[in-house]
Design a protein. Structure first.
Length: 57
């Protein structure tokens, strides 16, 4: 820890804060992905399919 100099506590706290924030963002993205996938599966189960490819009219 002494190799980081007198600001070691601040540096380690900053890295820790970034790790917590990134972990939270990744968790939020994964939870949202699961919710969106569940909603899409529900729509497809009800017969509302995706519109992709085909000619538009």
């Amino acid at each position: 820890m002494s190799s980081l100099g007198p600001h070691a506590g601040f540096i380690l706290a900053a890295y820790g804060a970034v790790a917590v924030i990134l972990g939270g963002l990744i968790a939020a993205i994964l939870l949202d992905h699961r919710a969106q996938k569940r909603a899409l599966d529900d729509l497809e189960r009800r017969g509302i399919g995706r519109r992709s490819g085909g000619a538009s009219s």
